[in-house]
Ligand binder design. Structure first.
Ligand code: F6P
Length: 554
């Protein structure tokens, strides 16, 4: 791909940046009564306010030009047409088919209509979910299943856990008619041991979720779970106490899980785009299949908005362009995802994988170095907790960190003043980050508080806030399966828009392979004493230190 910076749109943005970079957002709001209305978008109950960014109407127009000149519309069409967009693995990227309605007609992935398989998998999810939740599915000793352990990592874990947590109704777990859910995603044995401690084999069912069914953490944990189960109930128990979600039917069969208990995962579904596939089974088991299908409807709603809306009125396009403006022109070093909803505490980590594994790359889709972008560090914590952890850096740090504030207007906690307090903080933080506080304002505030003159002099510089820190505000009417589905799809398509502009393939992840290969070689050294791979003196020294400690402490 030709250098992005040599495009006319990029050059125009760079020239524009020189002019606007010395502007303060305060001045952009002053005297522009309908800035908020112009720089916001709604889709049903989801509302995006992007006016607290260092942008003018000209900025937006130039960003839209950039989207046009990098053929975002063409890439969007190719994705929905199921073309091979994951070019390094020769795969389509058709996660939108996972939430395509049963009566919505064909969806082609590399020329094949995938909807018959998608529908069959969804029907099977419903059958299995209803059997387990109703108690019809019995364990090896005839007991009902009352605990599920989902074993998976990355995209095979983050989505199911985040959604299950976000939508779990308040009140005792049994009130929801579903089994208790546990997630195991780390090869650190402490995690699975802790989970198994409190469970009984007779009433526990395991889900081994792995697209490749070769991910070491998942397979190791699944083997430990199987050993625990078989030790109590015998080999046959696997048939009643294990479900698999995978694209590798052979490896699943070798593990001993029957076809009937296996859900397919297709190569046109990327791991971090798979929550709407059978990977979402824990959501259905925990909350009911109707809730899972409501999530799909919300995601499909956003898919249609992304597919059909003009760029200027297109939420994922606008969110993606604002992100590129912040990263490439305002030098934002990170993106903070700040959900003001305790149920969404898993959202920052979910979006961290989505954005950083999709776009944390230095080569374009053809293997040429890119000279702009790419993904920054994505992190976050629910408000208001984050305010007591890292907001100092957001307000007064030397690095500019962009923030996405997200909150539902309706709380699932009724009564009291909690929700008003939560949202008051949401509004206050976005205002303070934008407006900052001048020296005069800080001085006046201290006088008002009766701070003595000597103290005022000392404290003043520390009480000044430069502001001009960019934030997006996303307000949901309420957090439910539909709005969460919209939100997930919004960020999936945002990442896709940014990849299209930067020229990346957002659907592969070669960067995770080398570490895995080295770990396998080093593991062999640790387990069998085989000759260690050639490593630097530090790694060799660390390995030797561990081996000698192990030898002394067998
Ligand atoms: O981190 C690499 C990765 O391949 C992710 O993309 C994926 O979601 C995760 O590992 C798990 O992969 P699998 O579902 O094949 O176990």
């Amino acid at each position: 791909m030709a250098s992005l910076k040599r495009t006319a749109a990029w050059k125009a943005l760079a020239a524009h940046h020189k002019k606007i970079s010395t502007t303060h957002m305060r001045d952009l709001f002053a005297g522009d009564d309908n800035r908020f209305d112009r720089l916001s978008l709604g889709l049903g109950g989801l509302f995006l306010d992007y006016s607290k960014n260092l942008i003018s109407d000209d900025t937006v127009a130039l960003l839209i030009d950039l989207a046009r000149q990098t053929d975002v519309e063409g890439w969007r069409q190719r994705m929905f047409d199921g073309e091979i967009l994951n070019n390094t693995e020769s795969r389509a990227a058709l996660h939108v088919a996972l939430r395509h309605p049963d009566d919505g007609g064909p969806m082609m992935a590399a020329g094949v209509d995938v909807m018959p398989d998608v529908r069959a998998n969804r029907d099977k999810m419903r059958t299995v979910t209803e059997a387990i939740r109703s108690g019809d599915w019995k364990g090896a000793t005839g007991e009902k299943i009352n605990a599920i352990v989902h074993i998976g990592t990355g995209g095979s874990h983050l989505g199911p856990e985040m959604v299950t947590e976000a939508l779990r109704p308040l009140g005792p777990p049994e009130a929801n008619g579903g089994p208790e859910m546990h997630f195991v995603s780390n090869v650190d044995g402490v995690q699975i041991a802790g989970v198994l401690e409190g469970l009984s084999p007779e009433t526990t069912l395991f889900i081994a979720a792995s697209k490749t069914f070769t991910t070491e953490e998942t397979i190791t944990n699944a083997r430990t779970a199987k050993d625990w189960l078989v030790a109590a109930l015998g080999e046959e128990a696997t048939l009643r106490h294990f479900i698999a979600i995978s694209g590798n039917a052979k490896a699943v069969a070798n593990f001993g899980i029957p076809d009937d208990n296996t859900f397919a995962l297709w190569d046109w579904v990327g791991g971090r785009y798979s929550v709407c596939s059978a990977i979402g089974l824990p959501i259905a088991l925990s909350l009911g299949m109707d809730t899972f299908e409501e999530l799909l409807r919300g995601a499909h709603d956003m898919d249609c908005h992304f597919r059909d809306s003009p760029l200027e009125k297109n939420m994922p396009v606008i969110l993606g362009l604002i992100g590129i403006w912040n990263i490439d022109f305002l030098d934002a070093q990170a993106l903070a995802i700040l959900p003001y909803d305790e149920g969404l505490r898993g959202l920052p980590n979910y979006l961290r994988q989505l954005e950083m594994e999709s776009n944390g790359k230095a080569l374009d889709r053809d293997g040429n170095p890119v000279d702009a972008g790419t993904a920054t560090v994505v992190f976050g914590d629910p408000g208001t907790r984050g305010q007591h952890a890292f907001y100092q850096a957001l307000h007064q740090g030397r690095q500019r960190i962009a923030c996405d504030f997200i909150a539902p207007m309706e709380s699932r906690h009724k009564g009291g003043s909690h929700h008003d307090r939560l949202l008051a903080n949401f509004f206050a933080q976005t205002e303070a980050l934008m407006a900052g506080r001048t020296s005069d304002e800080a001085q006046a505030a201290m006088v008002l508080r009766g701070v003595p003159e000597t103290e005022r002099k000392k404290q003043l510089p520390h009480r000044v806030f430069e502001g001009n820190r960019p934030t997006n505000s996303i307000l949901l009417e309420r957090l439910d399966a539909f709005s969460l589905g919209q939100l997930i799809a919004l960020y999936e398509h945002k990442a896709f828009v940014q990849a299209a502009i930067w020229g990346l393939n957002p659907f592969d992840q070669w960067g995770v392979e080398w570490g895995k290969e080295l770990a396998t070689q080093i593991l062999e050294t640790l387990e069998t004493g085989a000759t260690a791979p050639k490593t630097c003196a530090s790694t060799t020294g660390l390995i030797d230190r561990y081996k000698s400690w192990k030898a002394k402490n067998r």
